[in-house]
Ligand binder design. Sequence first.
Ligand SMILES: NC(=O)c1ccc[n+]([C@@H]2O[C@H](COP(=O)([O-])OP(=O)(O)OC[C@H]3O[C@@H](n4cnc5c(N)ncnc54)[C@H](O)[C@@H]3O)[C@@H](O)[C@H]2O)c1
Ligand SMILES: [Zn+2]
Length: 381
Amino acid sequence: MIGFGTADDQNEEPAWQTLPVELADRSYPIVIGTQIFAEVGEIFAQACPEAGHVVVMTDENLEETLGYKLCESLAENDLSIDLLVIPAGEASKCVELYGSLLEQMADLGADRKTVMIALGGGVIGDLAGFVAASYTRGIPFVQIPTSLLAQVDSSVGGKVGINLPQAKNMVGAFWQPKAVIIDTEVLNSLPEREYRAGLAEVVKYGVILDEEFFAYLESHLDEIQQREAHVLQHIIRRSCELKADVVREDERETTGLRAILNYGHTFGHAFERLADYEDLVHGEAVSIGMILASRYAERRGMIDAEVTKRQYQLLAAIGLPTKPPSFDPSAILKVMQKDKKNELGSLRLILPTRLGHVELVKDVAQEDLLNFLEEMAARST
Ligand SMILES: NC(=O)c1ccc[n+]([C@@H]2O[C@H](COP(=O)([O-])OP(=O)(O)OC[C@H]3O[C@@H](n4cnc5c(N)ncnc54)[C@H](O)[C@@H]3O)[C@@H](O)[C@H]2O)c1
Ligand SMILES: [Zn+2]
């Protein structure tokens, strides 16, 4: 493991902290700091000491701000640097752009030693990661996530990929980065709605794995709203730690443990789909989905109402929606049945048993779920 953050001999506090992700020969560090962009070149040199050629992929919203800054910092390392800029937004995670990016890599003379750096939100991480996983059967890859969602979720775990018109994230690979470099400072320019959407995943980690962390979020709301650096570092670090623990136990989604990360997502995806991914951003759908899953757990006698209430209050205080928009229960059920996480037509849901713990429930009767959705639909009008 690389000794990031162990700093120099002068007893200086390192400007960043390091979280090791232990995955045998695919282990890597997550480096977390504030205002460390100028030092990214140095961190990169430790992660990829043999790099000679680097391709930085970013989107058009970030090119002139973070893109140029990153290239400047990397340039100190005597690297040859190319910047690939793609349109912002989910539509870029498509087969056509993926194909064109592979060709651009070839035109740039990229080879197996070229390092791909993904600078951006989850869209860039997934797309650049999939180019890295497949170009010449795989090149080294570094993630510099810039949205909160990417910092606490998509950059950790090694899943990369693109969408098909038929379904999201249908084509991809498991491809672990050499390092993930997180600077909380970049979040200052993130639009409020995107910031809140990332917080939905943060709340999720508290509910599924760590009650104490959930309570920390409840008691640091002001600092969270103000994007205070120390609090951000803590919540990003704890979120990455919790996700990395799950990934370490189930790197390739074979044991089923990784499924707990889908808490709120089976309901959430259904609403996201029916809203055509337009009126609801992912984190908003997950927020609604968590409340529905929690209410459903109440109905099954797994938890008491207080567990739902605390989630409801925290999500609402953050400014996330907690009630579904008016909907057709059977349409939602239909989409839930199609969710690719369901095996052999049976419906499975991740449901809380208390704050900090969830279970995979495999015997969800469709009839009962439909009744529940009808009740919820009646409440939401
Ligand atoms: N691989 C995984 O495990 C995993 C997990 C969760 C989500 N995802 C994927 O992540 C994607 C969503 O990621 P996202 O929410 O980051 O979306 P995104 O990448 O589209 O970023 C959201 C928007 O914020 C802008 N942005 C990003 N950082 C910014 C900054 N610092 N300042 C100003 N603007 C900034 C982007 O340009 C974009 O317009 C989805 O495609 C989803 O499938 C993947
Ligand atoms: Zn999610």
